[in-house]
Design a protein around this ligand. Structure first.
Ligand code: SIN
Length: 487
């Protein structure tokens, strides 16, 4: 084992099926490396069809009892799970940094974020209410009840290996569902550590299963299964579309949190200092590797030069390095393909008249590190105006009117997060209402919290995670029509 943590039980090199820590049936494994130095940090089982079917069967069996479990009991197990995540925050954050690369500050923040979903849904478990509807005939009454959808398949990404899973585990368990999870191949250890803590919290066997291994094989077994009644996915729009197609065969309920192309608009009346701070947070969080990162920064022409100068100065202060180094703000990118995409966007922007104000190259640390980059004079013909970069590159566009910038911001198939800065109240409402996005950050560069409905429209997906709306995606509505009530 190449990682240093206090409680080694949190580091599991096994899959978790039906409450057992197991190897792949054929004993094969896959390597997991640290993106900061490419060292192998461990191995996990290379599970396939048989293991996936075993996990689905276990989840279906366990769910029969769990769905009957009183809300208060479900809530109390989730609460214990939350407490354990908090107790082990530092180790869990270190696991993220080892396998994903982000700085310890960001990883610690991610564990707080993960825990918040478990805490939130521990509370929501007790508030899953139905309705009583007035009868439509003299002798009738109508009751609406909400029931767990059943076995949920979860496929989660490498950029937030803990939080993206926690925000699916929380509502699934709170509503009485069970789960079969497939974390990204680059970052399985955070998911396995969460499963270990759920086990320690007293979660009955079979309710939470974590499979590691080949995404295509496991994903296909999940989508082919009639027992799996819902699939929840966070990842690229391309994979999301493929999964939607596969889920159609058995008409599963789906939640999809897919790609974004977030616009970040700074109006001429904005507080420029605050807008710069917000844009830095929205752009460089997790080395630019979030679906809600600002991909296109539009600044009004009257303040464009001033903003470019201030933003570049602020970006130049970002320290790039190994996540475990306490002075690091920004870690490496996840892999060589991610670096290649960043370089493609920068080269294309330069070829189309973009001016590099900062960075633009691989970092002198080598490996997967890249310099925080700022590009002035970005235009709509550039690749970066149409494709998610998923890297630390900030293209700065200028605009003249509100109408123009809204049209440009909306001119995309994506609709996840958007941001704008203004001090004008009327404009705040107008622009919020006109942006075709699931989330709008007004005078803030961070919209993520367990208390709000996270999710997108258009090709950014469907369904919401977090908040009171987050439970709905895991429930079926049933109405009971009661007749013969007349005397
Ligand atoms: C994501 O990148 O998919 C999620 C980011 C967040 O929850 O803030």
């Amino acid at each position: 084992m190449k990682i240093e943590i206090n409680n080694n039980n949190l580091f599991k090199e096994k899959a978790y099926i039906s409450g057992q820590w197991v190897d792949a049936n054929d004993g094969s494994t896959i390597e997991v490396t640290n993106p900061a130095n490419q060292e192998i940090i461990g191995h996990v089982p290379n599970c396939g069809l048989e293991e996936t079917n075993a996990a689905i069967d276990a989840a279906a069996e366990a769910q029969k009892k769990w769905r009957q479990c009183p809300a208060k009991e479900k809530s109390s197990i989730l609460r214990s799970f939350y407490d354990l995540i908090c107790v082990h925050q530092e180790d869990l954050a270190r696991i993220i940094t080892y396998e994903q690369g982000k700085s310890m500050t960001e990883a610690t923040g991610e564990i707080t974020y993960s825990a918040s979903f478990i805490e939130w849904f521990a509370e929501e478990a007790k508030r899953i209410y139905g309705d009583v509807i007035p009868g439509h005939l003299h002798d009738r009454r109508t009751i609406v009840i909400k029931q767990p959808i059943g076995v949920v398949a979860c496929i989660t990404p490498w950029n937030f290996p803990s939080a993206m899973l926690a925000r699916k585990i929380g509502p699934a368990l709170a509503t009485g569902c069970s789960l079969v999870c497939k974390p990204a191949k680059q970052t399985p250890f955070s998911a396995l550590a969460l499963a270990y803590l759920a086990e320690q919290a007293g979660l009955p066997k079979g309710l939470l299963n974590v499979l590691t291994g080949n995404a295509q094989t496991i994903g296909k077994a999940m989508t082919d299964s009639n027992l799996v009644r819902k699939l929840t996915f966070t990842g690229s729009t391309e994979t999301g579309k493929m999964l939607l197609k596969e889920c159609a065969k058995t008409v599963k309920k789906v939640s999809m949190e897919l790609g974004g192309l977030a616009p970040f608009i700074v109006f001429e009346d904005a507080n420029i200092e605050a807008a710069i701070a917000g844009a830095i947070a929205a752009k460089y969080r997790n080395t630019g590797q979030t679906c809600v990162c600002a991909n296109r920064i539009y600044v009004h022409q009257d303040i464009y030069d001033e903003f470019c100068e201030g933003f570049t100065k602020a970006a130049a202060k970002i320290q790039t390095g190994e996540g475990l180094d306490p002075t690091t703000d920004q870690g490496p990118l996840i892999d060589e393909a991610a670096l290649a995409k960043v370089e493609e966007h920068i080269n294309d922007a330069q070829n189309q008249g973009g001016l590099i104000l900062l960075g633009g190259r691989r970092h002198k640390l080598g490996g997967l590190f890249f310099e925080p980059t700022v590009i002035k004079d970005a235009n709509d013909a550039m690749l970066i105006a149409h494709e998610e970069t998923f890297g630390p590159v900030a293209p700065l566009f200028s605009f003249a009117t509100e109408e123009e910038v809204i049209a440009r911001a909306n001119d995309t198939p994506f609709g996840l997060a958007s941001y704008f800065y203004t001090t004008d109240l009327a404009k705040s409402w107008r622009v919020s209402e006109q942006l075709e996005y699931g989330m709008v950050g007004l005078n803030t560069g961070i919209v993520s919290t367990e208390m709000a409905p996270f999710g997108g429209i258009k090709e950014s997906g469907m369904g919401r995670e977090g908040s009171k709306y987050g439970v709905e995606d895991y429930l079926e509505i049933k109405y009971i029509s009661i007749a013969g009530i007349d005397r």
